[in-house]
Write a new protein. Structure first.
Ligand code: FAD
Length: 310
């Protein structure tokens, strides 16, 4: 059994493992895919102190840094169920999909999230070649170009306002007959000269030239007509889904399925901490996930040293 068992090997989990191991306590990390979302990223230009790097490079560096310490890495292991300890100071159990189970006196849950995809032809093919999911990350790559934002909820409208300050033109496409974002955001969006809003529109295809995105097609849901828009980038903003389905009955989740944590990263169960994109933390970014993972590990250590000696 571990003193600190980390579930998830993205930036949050890697940071948690390093901070825990540096306290000299027995630490393990189980991850479905070590590296996490970073593996699906190309250019990273906001990893502070590194002007530019690439996702797979950062993922390798994360793993190497964890391996500098005495941490047991269990890659390709998917957690399926959490059984919290019966009593304070007892072991929490994580049952893996393969039936095996791992135990930790403290747990750090850092299973991240995934962007909901449109599921239309061209989306996968042109991912990172014009199809993007994170305006904070990739917005500046489209400076002076034309982009679309798919989705008129808060995140879509926020993305459109953000991008309008960087790119030449933004087309916002919403499936419903009206935007669903807060009124104050909608007013701000409507005031911008380089934004066009199209409602009742179903995106049907991402167009490209084999190398890069060149446009998209949508269907007007009122008239059934097909339309094409020429552009260089498409930001899909139809939801970020936390990887917390396996935790539903064990700890408190927000209505969106995010793990509820306090300022120290503690969940509703004593001794179980969480960090990164799977939590209620307001912004989902690499440096933020790393900070949160470090916080969770220090809190886990704090919890451990306060347990009565056995
Ligand atoms: P993740 O990176 O999602 O890692 C989660 C880990 O948990 C993975 O190891 C996963 O395999 C594992 N896991 C999931 N479920 C289970 C389970 N049931 N059992 C065991 N393990 C599990 N951020 C930036 O700051 N800058 C950027 O430029 C940037 N670009 C991005 C581009 C793309 C295309 C994407 C998708 C994201 C980008 N982000 C960027 C966001 C950034 O990648 C995330 O905020 C960050 O990776 C979150 O870290 P995390 O550790 O919380 O989660």
């Amino acid at each position: 059994p571990f003193e600190v068992l980390v579930i998830g090997g993205g930036p949050a989990g890697a940071a948690a493992a390093i901070y825990a191991a540096r306290k000299g306590i027995r630490t393990g990390v189980a991850a479905e895919r070590f590296g996490g979302q970073v593996l699906d990223t190309m250019d990273i230009e906001n990893f502070i102190s590194v002007s530019r790097t690439e996702g797979p490079k950062l993922a390798t560096a994360l793993e190497q840094h964890v391996r500098d310490y005495d941490v047991e890495i269990m890659n390709l292991q998917k957690a399926a169920k959490l059984i919290p300890a019966k009593a304070q100071g007892g072991y929490h159990e994580v049952v893996l999909e393969n039936g095996a189970s791992l135990k930790g006196r403290t747990l750090i849950l850092s299973t991240g999230a995934r962007w909901r995809q449109m599921g239309v032809p061209g989306e996968d093919e042109y991912r990172n070649k014009g199809v993007a999911y994170c305006p904070h990350c990739d917005g500046p790559l489209f400076k002076g170009k034309r982009v679309a934002v798919i989705g008129g909820g808060n995140s879509g409208v926020e993305a459109a306002i953000d991008l309008a300050g960087i790119v030449a033109h933004v087309t916002l496409i919403e499936f419903d007959s009206q935007l669903r974002a807060d009124a104050v955001l909608q007013r701000k969006l409507a005031s911008l000269p380089n934004v066009k809003i199209i409602t009742s529109a179903l995106t049907t295809k991402v167009e490209g030239n084999g190398e890069k995105v060149t446009g998209l097609s949508y269907k007007d849901r009122n008239h059934g007509t097909e339309h094409d828009v020429e552009l260089e980038g498409i930001f899909v903003q139809i939801g970020l889904v936390p990887n917390t389905e396996w935790l539903k009955d064990a700890i408190a989740l927000s209505p969106r399925g995010e793990i509820e944590i306090d300022a120290r990263g503690e969940t509703s169960q004593p001794g179980i901490f969480a960090a990164g994109d799977c939590t209620t933390v307001p912004y989902k970014q690499i440096v933020i996930a790393m900070g949160a993972g470090s916080t969770a590990a220090l809190s886990a250590f704090d919890y451990l040293i306060r347990l009565p000696a056995t």
